[in-house]
Design a protein. Structure first.
Length: 148
């Protein structure tokens, strides 16, 4: 299988208690269903700037129009997405909102089916989780940003 390059933008979104919002995804692949937690965000469209992509994704997925700063982190991973093998590079931005502000919308039926629930996590909960969380170094990034 050919590996395609993909650029994506994601948001590490803090609430007033310095917890980070993660979305629980359930994705059906050829070899079964994969469940994991990840920050809001997604692939860039065309020549879209990563910051613009992060803002668009926040609006589409969570109904939020927020100021973002960064980039604050980058992560690369290889995984299957929509039947293709991707080498994905995520550029992360920082945002803040009230814990009650996000609402899980999704743009289309496939996204609404994949994005199952929202949860606010602190860095220790992320580090101690038995469930997969992406990026793998998120707890370290959250601690670094919270100290800054």
């Amino acid at each position: 299988m050919t590996v395609r390059q993909r650029q994506a933008a994601r948001v590490i979104l803090f609430d007033e208690r310095n917890r980070v919002l993660l979305i629980r995804f359930s994705i059906t692949r050829r070899d079964g269903t994969v469940v994991f937690w990840a920050t809001p965000g997604g692939g860039l469209e065309g020549d879209e700037d990563p910051l613009d992509g992060a803002k668009r994704e926040l609006m589409e997925e969570l109904g939020l129009d927020l100021p973002l700063t960064g980039p604050i982190h980058k992560a690369t991973a290889v995984f299957e997405h929509e039947g293709a093998l991707l080498e994905n590079t995520d550029t992360f931005f920082l945002g803040r909102c009230a814990a009650s502000a996000p609402r899980l919308d999704g743009v289309d039926d496939a996204e609404r089916k994949a994005m199952q629930t929202l949860r606010w996590w602190d860095a220790d909960e992320i580090a101690d989780s038995a469930e997969p969380i992406f990026p793998a170094d998120l707890a370290e990034v959250v601690r670094r940003v919270a100290r800054a």
